[in-house]
Design a binder for this molecule. Structure first.
Ligand SMILES: [Zn+2]
Length: 426
């Protein structure tokens, strides 16, 4: 057994404990304890609460102390929607968009996702891994301790398997947890678009070749579809997600981002873990989500980066009782950021979520959407010691300071994986 660690001196300790996934008014309950402490042993939380109570624990006496020195201590962020593995930025398209072309126009000219597909297919696993490792260090530097990662820039047998295998290799080669999602149904690749029955043939490749291989090698936990005009329609999305379920992969979906396709209600019917984007949802979609266990994952970084004016109706979703989560959607085309604090800032100013709601939506609710709410997402006895310490006096300052990194220390399974030194970032 390693030496236990006792975190003391938190001006505010946010436990997010007690209630599991949060809906409605409960979303604002962050379980705040003043002068709280956390006791960690063998990577797990063994005591958490007011300092006086935690220091009375038998393991506290011999523990090494980590003084939070008046900072704010909370669970590590759970980023439940990223496209971790990609070969290059799309800064060129960023400039083209600023000067007038829309995201969809660029995609029609062979840019967009297909641009990233060409680059990923040409890249070696080593190159992709180096880029991902550097991103994972950055995720940790912004207080994130678990991410979901999607394939979807390979779109052929070898390249999709290459991406999913990298998720598994990276899991063992660095400290953050990575939950793997198969997104072969991102768009139909160029070589299939040229043929009249190309869409059908590509879907058959996904269902008959890729899914059995992925299931046999246990390369993914979830199956995702981009249900959107120019990508996959409702019937195709249903076919792919149902096939994924047959192979034990729970559905997630990109729905109602640029147009209303019906993907959200399809996902609810299929018992999907999460519906993501939701900018174009209507009242019926909100009602369906509110009655379901499907998490409404909002990605305001996309709207911000694309310069779109219509953000998802977060207030309506929260007030109706849906389980709302936030994620970066880290990807080279529409949301090139790993910063959950920046996403919290956008959630507060653009989605009108309160800082407390945004923090619940970045911890316990995304943990629930990944099926990991028993292990992560809150600071409770028996859970992993996945903790972030922010260099602020008040948790509301985490979103308040936008575009700044106030994360001071990140702890994964009881080990410090990021520490901001007095000279700057490590
Ligand atoms: Zn996405």
């Amino acid at each position: 057994m390693s030496i236990p660690t006792l975190i003391t001196g938190a001006s505010q300790l946010l436990t997010l404990g007690g209630r599991g996934a949060r809906r409605g008014a409960a979303l604002a309950n962050v379980g705040l304890i003043k002068n709280g402490a956390v006791l960690i042993s063998d990577g797990l939380i063994v005591a958490v609460g007011p300092y006086a109570q935690v220091q009375a624990h038998a393991l506290a006496r011999a523990a090494q102390r980590l003084d939070a020195a008046g900072r704010v201590v909370l669970p590590g962020f759970v980023d439940s929607h990223t496209h971790l593995i990609h070969a290059a930025s799309r800064a060129g398209e960023y400039e083209v968009r600023i000067t007038g072309a829309s995201y969809e126009e660029i995609a029609k000219r062979g840019g967009g996702i297909l641009n990233s597909v060409n680059k990923l297919r040409a890249a070696t696993s080593d190159t992709l891994k180096r880029r991902a490792l550097s991103a994972l260090k950055q995720f940790a530097a912004y207080g994130t301790t678990t991410i979901e990662a999607k394939s979807g820039y390979g779109l052929d047998l070898a390249s999709e398997l290459k991406t999913l295998k990298l998720h598994k290799e990276l899991l063992t080669e660095q400290p953050l947890d990575i939950v793997s999602t198969f997104l072969g149904a991102h768009v139909i690749p160029a070589e299939f678009r040229r043929r009249p029955s190309g869409a059908k043939e590509y879907i058959s490749l996904l269902i008959d070749k890729l899914l059995p291989e992925i299931a046999a090698q246990k390369l993914a936990e979830f199956c995702d579809v981009f249900c959107e005009r120019g990508a996959f329609n409702l019937a195709q999305s249903k076919q792919i997600l149902e096939a994924g379920k047959r192979y034990g992969l729970r559905p997630r979906i990109h729905s109602e981002q640029l147009s209303r396709t019906g993907g959200t209600q399809l996902a609810v019917k299929l018992g999907a873990a999460s519906c993501d984007h939701l900018e174009k949802i209507d009242r019926a979609d909100i009602g369906a989500l509110a009655k379901s266990k499907t998490v409404a994952t909002l990605l305001p970084g996309c709207d911000f980066h694309l310069g779109l004016k219509q953000y998802a109706p977060a207030r309506d979703l929260i007030d109706a009782g849906a389980i709302v989560a936030l994620a970066t959607d880290y990807n080279p085309g529409t949301s090139p950021t790993v910063s959950m604090p920046m996403i919290l800032s956008l959630a507060c100013t653009q989605l009108r979520m309160t800082p407390a709601e945004a923090i619940s939506a970045a911890t316990i609710n995304p943990a629930y959407s990944l099926g990991c709410e028993k292990q992560i997402g809150s600071l409770e006895v028996g859970k992993l010691a996945d903790i972030s310490i922010f260099d602020v006096d008040d948790y509301r300052e985490i979103p308040y300071y936008f575009g700044m990194n106030t994360c001071h220390t990140t702890i994964k399974r009881g080990q410090i994986v990021y520490f901001k030194s007095s000279l700057g970032t490590n």
